[in-house]
Design a protein around this ligand. Structure first.
Ligand code: SF4
Length: 344
Protein backbone atom coordinates (compact mmCIF):
# COMPACT_ATOMS: atom_id res chain seq x y z
CA UNK A 1 0.00 0.00 0.00
CA UNK A 2 1.31 3.48 -0.88
CA UNK A 3 0.13 7.03 -0.55
CA UNK A 4 -3.36 6.08 0.59
CA UNK A 5 -4.23 4.52 -2.74
CA UNK A 6 -5.42 1.36 -1.04
CA UNK A 7 -4.46 -2.24 -1.22
CA UNK A 8 -4.07 -4.24 -4.38
CA UNK A 9 -7.63 -5.21 -5.17
CA UNK A 10 -10.28 -4.71 -7.75
CA UNK A 11 -12.26 -1.93 -9.33
CA UNK A 12 -15.93 -2.87 -9.39
CA UNK A 13 -14.80 -6.50 -9.16
CA UNK A 14 -12.57 -6.24 -12.21
CA UNK A 15 -8.90 -5.42 -12.34
CA UNK A 16 -7.91 -2.03 -13.63
CA UNK A 17 -5.84 -3.68 -16.36
CA UNK A 18 -8.87 -5.70 -17.50
CA UNK A 19 -10.90 -2.53 -17.77
CA UNK A 20 -8.20 -0.71 -19.69
CA UNK A 21 -7.65 -3.63 -22.05
CA UNK A 22 -11.39 -3.91 -22.69
CA UNK A 23 -11.40 -1.11 -25.17
CA UNK A 24 -8.18 -0.69 -27.09
CA UNK A 25 -9.41 2.65 -28.43
CA UNK A 26 -8.42 4.15 -25.09
CA UNK A 27 -5.08 2.42 -24.67
CA UNK A 28 -1.65 3.79 -25.57
CA UNK A 29 0.99 1.19 -24.86
CA UNK A 30 3.74 2.74 -22.76
CA UNK A 31 6.44 1.89 -25.28
CA UNK A 32 4.50 3.65 -28.03
CA UNK A 33 4.12 6.90 -26.14
CA UNK A 34 6.10 10.02 -26.81
CA UNK A 35 4.98 13.48 -25.65
CA UNK A 36 3.29 15.39 -28.46
CA UNK A 37 5.78 18.25 -28.34
CA UNK A 38 8.70 16.01 -29.37
CA UNK A 39 7.53 15.97 -33.00
CA UNK A 40 7.33 19.76 -33.06
CA UNK A 41 10.70 20.00 -31.35
CA UNK A 42 12.41 17.86 -34.01
CA UNK A 43 10.98 19.90 -36.88
CA UNK A 44 11.82 23.25 -35.29
CA UNK A 45 8.12 24.15 -35.01
CA UNK A 46 8.31 24.31 -31.22
CA UNK A 47 10.82 27.18 -31.48
CA UNK A 48 8.57 28.96 -34.00
CA UNK A 49 5.58 28.58 -31.65
CA UNK A 50 7.71 29.94 -28.84
CA UNK A 51 8.54 33.08 -30.83
CA UNK A 52 4.95 33.46 -32.04
CA UNK A 53 3.70 33.23 -28.47
CA UNK A 54 5.94 36.07 -27.35
CA UNK A 55 4.58 38.28 -30.15
CA UNK A 56 1.06 37.66 -28.76
CA UNK A 57 2.09 39.51 -25.58
CA UNK A 58 2.55 42.81 -27.40
CA UNK A 59 -1.15 43.56 -27.74
CA UNK A 60 -2.45 40.99 -25.36
CA UNK A 61 -5.32 38.81 -26.48
CA UNK A 62 -3.84 35.73 -24.92
CA UNK A 63 -7.22 35.04 -23.31
CA UNK A 64 -10.77 36.11 -24.21
CA UNK A 65 -10.58 39.22 -22.02
CA UNK A 66 -8.85 40.91 -25.02
CA UNK A 67 -7.17 43.57 -22.89
CA UNK A 68 -4.82 44.77 -25.68
CA UNK A 69 -2.08 45.84 -23.22
CA UNK A 70 1.62 45.55 -24.07
CA UNK A 71 2.86 42.87 -21.72
CA UNK A 72 6.29 42.95 -23.36
CA UNK A 73 6.59 46.37 -21.70
CA UNK A 74 5.30 44.84 -18.47
CA UNK A 75 1.90 46.50 -18.76
CA UNK A 76 -0.74 44.58 -16.87
CA UNK A 77 -4.51 44.33 -16.95
CA UNK A 78 -7.10 41.98 -15.52
CA UNK A 79 -4.73 39.04 -14.93
CA UNK A 80 -2.14 41.32 -13.31
CA UNK A 81 0.66 39.44 -15.10
CA UNK A 82 3.20 41.25 -17.28
CA UNK A 83 6.19 39.89 -19.21
CA UNK A 84 6.95 37.06 -16.78
CA UNK A 85 4.75 34.42 -15.23
CA UNK A 86 4.18 34.28 -11.50
CA UNK A 87 4.44 30.84 -9.93
CA UNK A 88 2.77 30.31 -6.60
CA UNK A 89 4.22 26.85 -6.02
CA UNK A 90 5.36 23.70 -7.80
CA UNK A 91 5.42 20.21 -6.35
CA UNK A 92 4.35 16.58 -6.87
CA UNK A 93 0.59 16.86 -6.29
CA UNK A 94 -1.04 13.81 -4.69
CA UNK A 95 -4.58 15.24 -4.82
CA UNK A 96 -5.19 15.07 -8.56
CA UNK A 97 -7.07 12.27 -10.31
CA UNK A 98 -5.36 8.89 -9.81
CA UNK A 99 -4.64 8.64 -13.53
CA UNK A 100 -2.53 11.80 -13.17
CA UNK A 101 -1.00 11.38 -9.74
CA UNK A 102 -0.08 7.68 -10.06
CA UNK A 103 2.20 6.91 -7.15
CA UNK A 104 4.74 9.73 -7.49
CA UNK A 105 2.39 12.63 -8.03
CA UNK A 106 1.39 14.99 -10.81
CA UNK A 107 4.08 17.63 -11.36
CA UNK A 108 1.96 20.70 -10.80
CA UNK A 109 3.12 24.23 -11.48
CA UNK A 110 0.54 26.61 -9.96
CA UNK A 111 0.46 29.95 -11.75
CA UNK A 112 -0.65 32.95 -9.71
CA UNK A 113 -3.57 35.08 -10.88
CA UNK A 114 -6.37 33.96 -13.09
CA UNK A 115 -8.47 35.36 -15.91
CA UNK A 116 -11.71 34.28 -14.23
CA UNK A 117 -12.99 36.01 -11.11
CA UNK A 118 -14.94 33.17 -9.54
CA UNK A 119 -16.52 34.53 -6.39
CA UNK A 120 -16.23 31.06 -4.83
CA UNK A 121 -12.58 30.46 -5.82
CA UNK A 122 -11.17 27.62 -3.77
CA UNK A 123 -7.65 29.12 -4.12
CA UNK A 124 -8.48 32.78 -3.72
CA UNK A 125 -5.06 33.94 -2.47
CA UNK A 126 -3.29 32.37 -5.42
CA UNK A 127 -5.77 33.30 -8.12
CA UNK A 128 -6.20 36.97 -7.28
CA UNK A 129 -2.78 38.09 -5.98
CA UNK A 130 0.82 38.03 -7.16
CA UNK A 131 1.59 35.18 -4.83
CA UNK A 132 4.92 33.32 -5.13
CA UNK A 133 7.84 34.15 -7.40
CA UNK A 134 8.23 35.77 -10.78
CA UNK A 135 9.67 33.17 -13.15
CA UNK A 136 11.42 33.62 -16.49
CA UNK A 137 11.71 30.91 -19.14
CA UNK A 138 14.79 29.35 -17.61
CA UNK A 139 13.14 29.22 -14.18
CA UNK A 140 10.07 27.50 -15.62
CA UNK A 141 12.21 25.00 -17.55
CA UNK A 142 14.14 24.19 -14.38
CA UNK A 143 10.91 23.62 -12.45
CA UNK A 144 9.74 21.13 -15.09
CA UNK A 145 13.06 19.30 -14.96
CA UNK A 146 13.01 19.17 -11.18
CA UNK A 147 9.51 17.70 -11.15
CA UNK A 148 10.60 15.12 -13.71
CA UNK A 149 13.64 14.25 -11.59
CA UNK A 150 11.34 13.74 -8.58
CA UNK A 151 9.48 11.02 -10.48
CA UNK A 152 6.29 12.90 -11.38
CA UNK A 153 4.22 11.31 -14.11
CA UNK A 154 3.42 14.52 -15.98
CA UNK A 155 3.84 18.29 -15.89
CA UNK A 156 0.54 19.87 -14.86
CA UNK A 157 0.16 23.60 -15.62
CA UNK A 158 -2.54 24.90 -13.29
CA UNK A 159 -4.30 28.11 -14.44
CA UNK A 160 -2.24 28.51 -17.64
CA UNK A 161 -4.75 30.61 -19.65
CA UNK A 162 -2.90 33.93 -19.24
CA UNK A 163 0.66 32.54 -19.51
CA UNK A 164 0.55 30.38 -22.64
CA UNK A 165 3.38 32.42 -24.28
CA UNK A 166 5.57 32.05 -21.19
CA UNK A 167 5.00 28.28 -21.10
CA UNK A 168 5.86 28.03 -24.80
CA UNK A 169 8.97 30.12 -24.28
CA UNK A 170 10.21 27.73 -21.58
CA UNK A 171 9.36 24.49 -23.31
CA UNK A 172 12.15 24.26 -25.93
CA UNK A 173 14.68 24.90 -23.17
CA UNK A 174 13.14 22.18 -21.03
CA UNK A 175 13.10 19.71 -23.91
CA UNK A 176 16.72 20.48 -24.74
CA UNK A 177 17.56 19.77 -21.10
CA UNK A 178 15.76 16.40 -21.24
CA UNK A 179 12.06 16.90 -20.48
CA UNK A 180 10.06 13.89 -21.68
CA UNK A 181 6.85 13.99 -19.61
CA UNK A 182 3.35 14.53 -20.99
CA UNK A 183 1.96 18.02 -20.48
CA UNK A 184 -1.37 18.66 -18.74
CA UNK A 185 -3.19 21.93 -19.46
CA UNK A 186 -5.38 22.41 -16.37
CA UNK A 187 -7.77 25.23 -17.19
CA UNK A 188 -11.01 26.90 -16.16
CA UNK A 189 -11.93 26.73 -19.89
CA UNK A 190 -11.79 30.48 -20.44
CA UNK A 191 -9.15 30.23 -23.15
CA UNK A 192 -8.67 31.92 -26.49
CA UNK A 193 -8.71 29.84 -29.66
CA UNK A 194 -5.48 31.61 -30.69
CA UNK A 195 -3.72 30.31 -27.58
CA UNK A 196 -5.06 26.84 -28.22
CA UNK A 197 -3.79 27.03 -31.80
CA UNK A 198 -0.32 27.73 -30.37
CA UNK A 199 -0.72 24.72 -28.10
CA UNK A 200 -1.91 22.36 -30.86
CA UNK A 201 0.51 19.45 -30.90
CA UNK A 202 2.17 20.66 -27.69
CA UNK A 203 -0.33 19.68 -25.00
CA UNK A 204 -0.96 15.99 -24.38
CA UNK A 205 -3.81 16.22 -21.87
CA UNK A 206 -6.35 19.02 -21.74
CA UNK A 207 -8.17 19.27 -18.41
CA UNK A 208 -10.92 21.91 -18.70
CA UNK A 209 -13.26 22.57 -15.79
CA UNK A 210 -16.69 23.42 -17.24
CA UNK A 211 -18.31 25.46 -14.47
CA UNK A 212 -21.50 27.18 -15.60
CA UNK A 213 -23.88 26.67 -18.50
CA UNK A 214 -25.74 30.02 -18.55
CA UNK A 215 -24.52 33.53 -19.22
CA UNK A 216 -26.53 34.72 -16.23
CA UNK A 217 -24.75 32.44 -13.75
CA UNK A 218 -21.39 33.11 -15.39
CA UNK A 219 -21.83 36.87 -15.07
CA UNK A 220 -22.84 36.57 -11.44
CA UNK A 221 -20.34 33.99 -10.22
CA UNK A 222 -17.37 34.17 -12.67
CA UNK A 223 -17.56 37.81 -13.84
CA UNK A 224 -17.48 36.54 -17.41
CA UNK A 225 -20.78 36.71 -19.28
CA UNK A 226 -19.39 35.04 -22.39
CA UNK A 227 -17.89 32.15 -20.42
CA UNK A 228 -20.36 29.44 -21.57
CA UNK A 229 -19.87 30.25 -25.27
CA UNK A 230 -16.11 30.35 -24.87
CA UNK A 231 -16.00 27.13 -22.84
CA UNK A 232 -18.11 25.25 -25.39
CA UNK A 233 -15.89 26.44 -28.25
CA UNK A 234 -12.56 25.69 -26.61
CA UNK A 235 -13.56 22.30 -25.19
CA UNK A 236 -14.58 21.20 -28.68
CA UNK A 237 -11.21 22.42 -29.96
CA UNK A 238 -9.37 20.55 -27.19
CA UNK A 239 -11.24 17.40 -28.19
CA UNK A 240 -10.43 17.99 -31.86
CA UNK A 241 -6.72 18.29 -31.01
CA UNK A 242 -6.34 15.34 -28.67
CA UNK A 243 -9.52 13.20 -28.67
CA UNK A 244 -10.92 11.17 -25.77
CA UNK A 245 -8.58 10.44 -22.89
CA UNK A 246 -6.22 7.48 -23.35
CA UNK A 247 -4.20 5.59 -20.78
CA UNK A 248 -1.15 3.38 -20.72
CA UNK A 249 -1.26 -0.18 -19.33
CA UNK A 250 -0.80 1.19 -15.80
CA UNK A 251 -3.81 3.47 -15.93
CA UNK A 252 -1.80 6.67 -16.29
CA UNK A 253 -3.39 9.28 -18.54
CA UNK A 254 -1.30 9.97 -21.62
CA UNK A 255 -3.36 11.94 -24.12
CA UNK A 256 -6.81 13.40 -24.57
CA UNK A 257 -9.42 15.44 -22.73
CA UNK A 258 -10.23 14.95 -19.06
CA UNK A 259 -13.25 17.14 -18.36
CA UNK A 260 -13.92 18.31 -14.82
CA UNK A 261 -17.13 19.63 -13.34
CA UNK A 262 -17.43 20.88 -9.79
CA UNK A 263 -20.87 20.15 -8.35
CA UNK A 264 -22.34 23.34 -6.86
CA UNK A 265 -25.17 23.65 -4.32
CA UNK A 266 -28.67 23.38 -5.84
CA UNK A 267 -27.27 23.09 -9.35
CA UNK A 268 -28.83 20.00 -10.89
CA UNK A 269 -30.02 21.86 -14.00
CA UNK A 270 -26.55 23.29 -14.55
CA UNK A 271 -24.92 19.86 -14.31
CA UNK A 272 -27.58 18.30 -16.56
CA UNK A 273 -27.11 20.89 -19.31
CA UNK A 274 -23.33 20.53 -19.27
CA UNK A 275 -23.32 16.72 -19.22
CA UNK A 276 -25.89 16.48 -22.01
CA UNK A 277 -23.88 18.85 -24.16
CA UNK A 278 -20.65 16.92 -23.51
CA UNK A 279 -22.30 13.61 -24.47
CA UNK A 280 -24.08 14.98 -27.54
CA UNK A 281 -21.74 17.65 -28.90
CA UNK A 282 -18.25 16.61 -27.79
CA UNK A 283 -18.31 12.81 -27.48
CA UNK A 284 -20.03 10.18 -25.33
CA UNK A 285 -16.48 8.82 -24.86
CA UNK A 286 -15.41 11.94 -22.96
CA UNK A 287 -13.72 11.08 -19.66
CA UNK A 288 -15.37 13.11 -16.90
CA UNK A 289 -14.53 13.85 -13.29
CA UNK A 290 -17.58 15.00 -11.31
CA UNK A 291 -15.99 16.72 -8.33
CA UNK A 292 -17.54 16.89 -4.87
CA UNK A 293 -15.19 19.19 -2.94
CA UNK A 294 -17.09 22.47 -3.17
CA UNK A 295 -17.00 24.56 -0.01
CA UNK A 296 -17.84 28.24 0.49
CA UNK A 297 -14.65 30.27 -0.07
CA UNK A 298 -13.42 33.50 -1.65
CA UNK A 299 -16.12 36.16 -1.57
CA UNK A 300 -18.95 33.84 -0.64
CA UNK A 301 -20.94 34.89 2.40
CA UNK A 302 -24.56 34.02 3.20
CA UNK A 303 -25.53 37.62 2.59
CA UNK A 304 -23.76 38.16 -0.75
CA UNK A 305 -24.20 34.75 -2.36
CA UNK A 306 -26.76 32.80 -0.32
CA UNK A 307 -27.07 29.96 -2.85
CA UNK A 308 -23.35 29.20 -2.60
CA UNK A 309 -23.01 29.57 1.16
CA UNK A 310 -22.99 25.87 2.05
CA UNK A 311 -21.07 22.73 1.17
CA UNK A 312 -22.62 20.33 -1.29
CA UNK A 313 -24.06 17.10 0.08
CA UNK A 314 -23.09 13.56 -0.86
CA UNK A 315 -26.65 13.20 -2.19
CA UNK A 316 -26.05 16.07 -4.59
CA UNK A 317 -22.83 14.48 -5.77
CA UNK A 318 -24.49 11.10 -6.29
CA UNK A 319 -27.29 12.77 -8.23
CA UNK A 320 -24.72 14.54 -10.44
CA UNK A 321 -23.08 11.17 -11.20
CA UNK A 322 -26.49 9.76 -12.17
CA UNK A 323 -27.15 12.76 -14.39
CA UNK A 324 -23.87 12.18 -16.23
CA UNK A 325 -24.78 8.53 -16.81
CA UNK A 326 -28.31 9.42 -17.90
CA UNK A 327 -26.77 11.79 -20.43
CA UNK A 328 -24.92 8.83 -21.95
CA UNK A 329 -21.47 9.29 -20.44
CA UNK A 330 -19.80 6.08 -19.24
CA UNK A 331 -16.20 7.08 -18.59
CA UNK A 332 -16.54 8.70 -15.18
CA UNK A 333 -13.54 9.07 -12.91
CA UNK A 334 -13.35 7.04 -9.71
CA UNK A 335 -10.52 6.53 -7.26
CA UNK A 336 -8.38 3.46 -7.82
CA UNK A 337 -8.83 0.62 -5.39
CA UNK A 338 -5.84 -1.07 -6.99
CA UNK A 339 -2.35 0.22 -7.58
CA UNK A 340 -1.29 -1.05 -11.01
CA UNK A 341 1.59 -3.44 -10.53
CA UNK A 342 3.64 -1.77 -13.25
CA UNK A 343 3.92 1.41 -11.23
CA UNK A 344 6.07 -0.18 -8.53
S1 SF4 B 1 -3.99 37.29 -20.60
FE1 SF4 B 1 -4.31 38.89 -19.06
S2 SF4 B 1 -3.81 40.83 -20.12
FE2 SF4 B 1 -4.05 39.25 -21.69
S3 SF4 B 1 -6.16 39.38 -22.39
FE3 SF4 B 1 -6.14 37.86 -20.73
S4 SF4 B 1 -6.55 38.96 -18.82
FE4 SF4 B 1 -6.02 40.48 -20.39
Amino acid sequence: MRDGLGTIGTYRNRSLTEILMDDSRFLIRGGDFEPAYMTLFRTGELFRRSRAGIRHLQQCRVCPRDCDVDRLQNETALCNTGRRAWVSSYFPHMGEEDCLRGINGSGTIFFSMCNLKCVFCQNYDISQHQDGVEADAEDLANMMLELQARGCHNINFVTPEHVVPQILEALPLAVQMGLRLPLVYNTGAFDSLESLALMDGVVDIYMPDFKYWTAEDSAKYLKATKYPDVARRVIKEMHRQTGPLKFDENGLAKRGVLLRHLVMPDSEDNTRAIMQWVADDVSPDTYVNIMDQYRPAGKVTPRRFPKLARRTTSGEHQRALEIAREAGLTRIDERWTEVPAGLY
